[in-house]
Design a binder for this molecule. Structure first.
Ligand code: NAI
Ligand code: MG
Length: 490
């Protein structure tokens, strides 16, 4: 593993307060919390710590904006124009935003610049285009009646996001909500509040009316739970851990909020004996190590068919050893630190468990350096289905390689999990590829590729990986209510 230089300029920190009703304000309590640079463990700055009192103000602003303000009556095409304007401002600011994301999250600045930000901009433009294309139907019913449906915004959307793709998760949530005509109260993850606040500043510059977008940084148990409980919030969109989603589901029952969840995974990446081996190795490498392994759709169970198992392992270990770890602000860095101490500790515990339960660690397995939450990219072979590293979402740079024999066996084993977010299959046999794609219980199946995401294609989970779909036309439905209007023609 190599360390790298040639770093980008550290970004200026401009927004650290809550953004509520078009104003930048301190939290009601006056409290702040530290946000940490995971590469150095140093405090970057302090950020306003919102809680229930701030959520009350934010929800009131969001309600005002949709119920009485200009947003509820704005022409759909003008709503779309504002979303386009936000995308343009982000595009004009990509260097600074990428640096900010790298600083707060620890992801390599080059990845933020070339992957996260283009996806953010594309997502916003995709939904900007939808704003004036959301319409109902006329329906022939019995009798002298005229029936039409209206697709109305669900109202105030409470949006709670994690730290692994702070800007991209913001775009995935804001895009469909704003296109549908909802207003938003968002709580970014406590680990990574800065880029979401910066996006709120750009939304303000783009000219969104006050109260349409509100951002309240803070912790899950206080600010997050307050959004979930608040009777003025109509819908919750949550991305994070399924245990958190269960809490939210119980709490939201009280006010019957609409819920969509995008949760974790333990996605099978199936490499058949007839695969293009080099492509599969590269896909498996990217599918697991991308974003420090902190991806809900990480291909974290790599099943390799027996005849090519040894060859695959040899190549992937070599590829893993060549991975460049180091300062996320260095342009050639491929892997930065994990997001925080808690994630670092959790991953190191799983590495211990892998060793204890008899898997073989062929490379990595240690902390990298003595400062920051860096973990060496780690490859375990000889993994069996019941080991903790094969069943649990590790959310880190820990690859587990399992062996299989034949299609029927692999479909059963791939589905032997409570999750169902994604899967991939590598084979030259097109019939086999589609056969496996049809039988694996997952919201996304990649054939001979991995992590190909696009704003137009729905993304989400079967089973414990979630409810509902993000992206595409599907995500708009999460933010709309259907209203049937019946007119007597007598
Ligand atoms: P988490 O689910 O606790 O946090 C996600 C978001 O939910 C954060 O904004 C947090 O403040 C908020 N939150 C936490 N408790 C809440 C509550 N009671 N009510 C409302 N909001 C609440 O996830 P965490 O602790 O950051 O990560 C733990 C594990 O979850 C990771 O190791 C990983 O396995 C998984 N995870 C999965 C993600 C995904 O994209 N599917 C993203 C982040 C984490
Ligand atoms: Mg948590």
């Amino acid at each position: 593993m190599v360390t790298t230089r040639e770093t980008v300029t550290p970004p200026q920190i401009r927004q650290t307060e809550c953004f509520i009703g078009g104003q930048w304000v301190a939290s009601v309590s006056g409290k702040v919390f530290d946000t940490i640079n995971p590469a150095t463990e140093a405090v970057i700055c302090q950020v306003a710590e919102g809680d229930a009192a701030d959520i009350d103000v934010a929800v009131a602003a969001a309600r005002q904006a949709i119920d009485k303000g200009p947003w509820g009556t704005m022409d759909a095409r003008d709503r779309g124009a504002l979303i386009y304007a936000l995308a343009d401002l982000i595009e004009a600011d990509v260097d600074e935003l990428a640096a900010l994301e790298a600083l707060d999250n620890g992801k390599p600045v080059t990845e933020a610049r070339t992957i996260d930000l283009p996806l953010v901009i594309d997502c916003l433009r995709y939904y900007a285009g939808w704003a004036d294309k959301i319409h109902g139907k006329t329906i022939p019913i019995r009798g002298p009646h005229f029936v039409y449906t209206r697709r109305e915004p669900v109202g105030v959307a409470g949006q709670i996001i994690p730290w692994n793709f702070p800007m991209l998760m913001t775009a995935w949530k804001w895009g469909p909500a704003l296109a549908a005509g909802c207003t938003v109260v968002m709580k970014p993850a406590e680990q990574t509040p800065l880029s979401c606040l910066r996006m709120a500043r750009l939304a303000q510059k783009a000219g969104f009316p006050d109260g349409v977008i509100n951002v309240v940084p803070g912790y899950g148990a206080t600010a997050g739970a307050a959004i979930v409980r608040h009777p003025g919030v109509d819908k919750i969109a949550f991305t994070g851990e399924h245990t958190t989603a269960k809490l939210i589901m119980r709490e939201a029952a009280e006010t019957m909020k609409r819920l969509t969840f995008e949760l974790g995974g333990k996605s099978p990446n199936i490499v058949c004996a007839d695969a293009n081996l080099d492509a599969a190795v590269e896909g498996a490498h990217l599918g697991l190590f991308f974003n420090q392994g902190q991806c809900c759709c990480a291909g974290s169970r790599i099943f390799v068919e027996a005849p090519i198992y040894e060859a695959f392992v040899e190549k992937i270990v070599a590829r893993t050893k060549g991975r460049k770890l180091g300062d996320p602000m260095a342009i050639s860095t491929e892997q930065g630190p994990q997001v925080d101490r808690a994630q670092f500790d959790k991953i190191m515990r799983y590495i211990d468990l892998g060793n204890q339960q008899g898997a073989r660690c062929l490379t990595g397995g240690q902390r990298f350096g003595d400062r920051g939450y860096f973990i060496e990219p780690t490859v375990f072979t000889g993994v069996t289905d019941d080991m903790a590293i094969a069943t649990d979402e590790i959310f880190g740079p820990v690859m587990t390689i399992l062996k299989f024999d034949g299609v029927d066996e692999i479909v059963a084993r791939a589905n032997q999990t409570c999750y169902g977010l994604a899967a991939a299959v590598w084979t030259q046999d097109i019939a086999k590829a589609h056969h496996i794609a049809a039988r694996v219980r997952a919201g996304t199946v990649w054939i001979n590729c991995y992590d190909v995401l696009d704003a137009a294609a729905p993304f989400g989970g079967f089973k414990m990986s979630g409810i509902g779909r993000e992206l595409g036309e599907a995500a708009l439905n999460n933010y709309l209510e259907d209203k049937t209007v019946t007119v007597s023609l007598r």
